[in-house]
Design a protein. Structure first.
Length: 120
């Protein structure tokens, strides 16, 4: 049971899970995004973005393929696999549950503080 003095004990996403969730979200909505742009939006180095993409592909959550007809032969297309979509949904669900618990906690704290101020 949650009180108005302590937030719910929701398990936090690790930094890596949060990064994976954000990468999967971006790739789902922009499959043609470049690694450089992905790195810029994520606030990580290009090497880190490449490492994360390869790790997600290694887990089977992402397929990477070159466009043969593209003028930019180094360009990749990123496609989430059904497993990648499911993982992104799982991570997003956990994030949403935590943020709702934090919101409820803050509402309770605000109500308590308002009572204290009104009582003075």
């Amino acid at each position: 049971m949650q009180t108005d003095t302590q937030p719910s004990k929701q398990p936090a996403l690790s930094a890596r899970e949060a990064l994976d969730c954000e990468i999967l979200y971006l790739l789902e909505h922009e499959p043609g995004i470049t690694q450089r742009e992905l790195a810029r939006r994520m606030g990580v180095s290009l090497g880190r973005a490449n490492y994360c993409l390869r790790a997600l592909a290694g887990k089977g959550w992402l397929k990477m393929g070159r466009f043969r007809q593209s003028e930019n032969k180094a360009g990749y297309a990123y496609v989430l696999t059904p497993g990648g979509i499911a993982e992104r949904a799982r991570l997003a669900g956990g994030f949403l549950a935590r943020k709702r618990a934090e919101y409820e906690y803050l509402q309770a704290q605000i109500a308590r503080l308002e009572r204290q101020v009104d009582g003075e």
